[in-house]
Design a protein around this ligand. Structure first.
Ligand code: MG
Ligand code: ZN
Length: 249
């Protein structure tokens, strides 16, 4: 039976999905390329969130300031078509669209960038790693899942700092809203876990040539991926897909 879509949820990964760059790497490319190089060397041995936290301490120790980090975040590539696409859906009378950010970056990077684009209020929630400015100007970053407490039990390869699938389920549980359609916009290998939780009427908008596309090709069938799949390369294509979404399921 054909059913009108009254409410839909759009979940955004942040780096290389909502934003057109990777914030963790970008600030070091702008402010300290040698630290960026070191991260590339160390990323197989140190958990990524811990490595970014360590790199922020190193930047601070050599005199990097809060103003410099905020300045780098504000000039990070962010496609105007993505902003238009989100605003247009938000303004539409029907369906009612809720936006949710689910990211392995951190709360300060994301809020600084959203504020600089004037789009903070469009998002119902941002779930990510915790970060706060120390009075000294150090950005203190910690994993969403505290390493000294109970760990998540994800079996499909989420990093210890957070299981995005569990976080998506927890969001749906918290809000108790019946979304007739969920759309997940992602690019990375850690976006594979949450899309396994989607239903056949849901959709993943997968950025091409990156980790998520590879995992869908390799593991999608075996893991029972049920949602519809649309591929995109530039944000203008996400805007196009948003505009062409069918009003019914
Ligand atoms: Mg990403
Ligand atoms: Zn997971």
């Amino acid at each position: 039976m054909v059913q009108d879509i009254e409410r839909q949820l759009i979940v955004f990964d942040f780096d290389w999905s909502l934003a057109d760059q990777d914030s963790d790497r970008w600030i070091f490319e702008v402010l300290a390329p040698d630290i960026r190089r070191k991260m590339k060397t160390l990323k197989e041995e140190i958990q990524w969130t811990d490595l970014v936290a360590q790199s922020l301490r190193e930047l601070h120790a050599r005199g990097g300031t809060r103003e410099q980090i905020e300045g780098a975040l504000k000039i990070m590539p962010f496609h105007p078509a993505m902003i238009r696409g989100v605003k247009t859906l938000k303004d539409a009378a029907k369906p009612e669209t809720t936006f949710f950010i689910l990211s392995n970056a951190n709360s300060v990077f994301i809020s600084t960038i959203l504020e600089s684009k004037g789009i903070t209020d469009l998002f119902r929630e941002v779930i990510t790693n915790r970060a706060e400015w120390d009075p000294s100007g150090l950005l203190k970053l910690s994993r969403r899942v505290d390493p000294s407490g109970p760990q998540h039990s994800c079996k499909v390869g989420c990093s210890p700092n957070m299981c995005k699938g569990d976080e998506l389920d927890a969001f749906l549980e918290r809000h108790k809203t019946d979304y007739q359609r969920i759309i997940y916009v992602g690019d990375g290998s850690n976006d594979f876990c949450p899309i396994l939780r989607l239903r056949s009427q849901d959709m993943v908008l997968c950025r091409q040539y990156r980790g998520l596309q590879k995992r869908i090709a390799k593991e999608g069938e075996r893991e029972g991926l049920k949602c519809q799949i649309r591929y995109w390369a530039g944000a203008w294509e996400v805007e196009e897909i948003f505009q062409g979404l069918p009003p019914t399921i």
